[in-house]
Write a protein that binds this ligand. Sequence first.
Ligand code: AMP
Ligand code: MG
Length: 340
Amino acid sequence: MITKIMKADEPGVVESAAEVIRAGGLVAIPTETVYGLGADGLNESAVAKIFEAKGRPQDNPLILHISDASQLESFCEDVPPVAYELAEQFWPGPLTLVLKCRDNVPKRTTAGLNTVAIRCPDNTITRAIISAAGVPIAAPSGNLSGRPSPTTAQHMIEDMSGRIDLIVDGGSCGIGVESTILDLTVSPPRLLRPGGMPLESLEKIVGHVAVDEALLRPLSAGERPKAPGMKYRHYAPKAPVTVLTGSADKTAVYIAQHAPLGAGVICFDDFSNAFPGRVIQTIGRSGDLLSNAQRVFDALRAFDSTDVMEIYAQCPDETGLGLAVANRLKKAAGFHVISL
Ligand code: AMP
Ligand code: MG
């Protein structure tokens, strides 16, 4: 298959993408979080192609993307009032709600669950594509399963060229980490994945949110994950990663002392000269959590085109967007974390 690439501002892009979706094909869509790999979320065989293109395990469900909060009702039932409050406040935006699903959502999309994950993305072109297609777009992140998520069209080309019909190039993703996933089918609501919407912002509306242990440590043998995605290896570059938590000054000293020459280092801009002889990827200044989020996946990916044998990473504090950045780094490291 030849993968077509269109710029998001090219004439006809919305109609072309919508046509591919309606015909049961695959389109890489830009969003404010990461690029998604989209198909008609109501078409079983189209959704099956997503799993095939990514090499994604069948039991890991997809997120249904809608163009307007009013479509919640079409695919979800028993929607609690707080879901509308959250949608009103944060959609379009990087928040995915898990709700009870209606029968019209195919089992392939939900991986057989009786719940569905749903969100309205903050990208005008992508919302226009969803509207023009006339169906919700099911999409996980557009990477090959296990790899760091794509935050540029170039990343999409690396992973999906020849596997999908169309890539819509919307430039770099403004947030750079996936959406926050909140399960509203339990009380209190449960955080299933930290992401682009800070936990602190959600708690202002829903009160206490239960944070799943699996976000903070690896699952132990036989333990059942609360969300299917939790049990899979994620975001990983080829070389093994070690994450350092603690103050940026301390983690820099540790890395300078322990990372061998030629090793990879993910560091804050303020420390870019602190590791001579190592291969450096910077993720923005220490404390600039938005830059850290925007750049973390590109940094992880960049090492795959080098011959580094191991990677050391400075980790931001776990407040605001930092919780999501730290989670991605720790998962990339298989929770190989040294706390200083
Ligand atoms: P991805 O963006 O590639 O990580 O894929 C979507 C994420 O949403 C995965 O982590 C899924 O496990 C999660 N997800 C999708 N549907 C549900 C659901 N009904 N319940 C819990 N998690 C879900
Ligand atoms: Mg993913």
